[in-house]
Write a new protein. Structure first.
Length: 289
């Protein structure tokens, strides 16, 4: 159903059962899949390729021109998958060049006020919290959770199954499977909880759980970083698996997020960059099984 009060360009391609509410705007060179819903005052701009069963709420702008001085005009692309929820006032910029692409996967939830800049790629089943801003050329892998007002600098990569708490900002990559928190942003533990255990149902949760290593299951809780370089408590020492995992983060991945000045605040020892790279590589290999 397309409201007579909405503007839909004659060249736009809309699938079956698409609902376009009054005062929505759909530009030329737009493809919208079946069963999508475009709310009032939402704008779907040129270059948008949208899959099925997406909901775009009031005031959102999809496919806006990139806020990049290198953009010289022309038709560039933003691709959005299936089953995404794009809430009020979300802005998604399309790519800067014809060779690039801004990409949003399947099953994501973008809260009010989120900004996804040019050439950024977001995986599947991510939750991006209120007012979070993702700069250009970033990569957000699958099942990532951002709290509110998270700021991501250009070119950063956020590993899958990680969670970043409200108000964090970072200029370096965030490793997979961890919780990032505090200001400045630091490793705060292992993300051992599935992002959608209740919403997606127990059957689906069991299907996804084997992807995580045994020591990341909900039966075990991560060890927190001892303050000011102190030794772990007896309770923490009673969890050797988590303690070893924690120390591996502390001496390796911790430095991926932290700058040199930031590391002085915690219990991180400086190690040669070659050793750091080897440890990160080994950790990724271990996590892959």
């Amino acid at each position: 159903m397309i409201s007579p009060l909405a503007y839909v360009d004659s060249s736009a391609k809309l699938g079956a059962n698409v609902i376009v509410h009054p005062f929505a705007y759909i530009d030329k060179n737009v493809v919208i899949g079946d069963d999508c819903e475009i709310m009032p005052h939402a704008s779907v701009m040129s270059g948008t390729r949208m899959g099925k069963r997406n909901r775009v709420f009031n005031g959102a702008v999809i496919g806006a021109e990139p806020q990049d001085f290198q953009y010289k005009g022309g038709d560039t692309i933003v691709e959005i998958g299936d089953n995404n929820t794009i809430r009020e006032n979300v802005v998604i910029n399309r790519a800067t060049t014809a060779e690039g692409k801004t990409l949003i996967g399947n099953g994501n939830f973008l809260h009010e006020g989120v900004h996804v800049s040019h050439d950024t790629q977001i995986g599947n089943h991510c939750v991006i919290g209120y007012g979070s801003k993702i700069s250009g050329n970033c990569t957000i892998e699958d099942c990532v959770i951002f709290g509110g007002c998270v700021l991501v600098s250009q070119g950063c990569r956020v590993g899958r199954w990680s969670m970043t708490q409200t108000g964090c900002r970072f200029r370096k990559d965030v490793p997979p499977y961890i919780v990032a928190a505090k200001e400045p942003t630091t490793y705060y533990g292992v993300n051992s909880v599935h992002p959608f255990p209740r919403r997606r149902g127990r059957k689906d949760y069991q299907a996804h759980q084997p992807r995580l290593p045994d020591y990341l299951s909900r039966q075990h809780q991560p060890v927190r970083c001892p303050p000011d370089g102190q030794r772990p408590s007896p309770d923490e020492r009673g969890k050797p698996t988590h303690h070893r995992l924690h120390r591996r983060f502390e001496t390796g991945y911790y430095q991926v997020i932290f700058s040199e000045e930031d590391r002085k605040r915690g219990c991180v020892n400086d190690i040669p960059s070659f050793v750091l790279r080897v440890r990160i590589l080994l950790f990724i290999v271990v996590m892959s099984f």
